[in-house]
Write a protein that binds this ligand. Sequence first.
Ligand code: SF4
Length: 90
Amino acid sequence: MDILDVEKSKCIGCGACVSIDAEHFDFDDDGLSEVISNDNLKSENLQNAIESCPTGAIRLAKTSEAYEGNVNSSSDYKQSSTVVNAISES
Ligand code: SF4
C-alpha cells in the first residue's frame, strides 16, 4: 500500500499542491499542506503536485520502503524522496 504524506518541516505553505490537487491536499490550521486522501494515488494531478512542490515536502512511498520504523529520521526521508523522484521521472 502506498502512503502519501507531507513533511511539515519542509512545507512553506506556498499552496501549489492545494491548487493543483485539491483531492489530496488542503491547508491545516497552521497554513501548511496536509494530506486529506490516500485514494487515487496514480492521478495525474497528484504527480503534477509532487513535481511542483518547491521544497520536496511531498512524499509518496511504499510503506515497506519508507515508513517502517521512525518516519521522521533523515534516512527515511531520503529513501522516500528517491521513490518520489523515480515516480516523477517515469
Ligand atoms: S507545494 Fe510543497 S511547500 Fe507548497 S504547500 Fe504544498 S507541500 Fe507545502
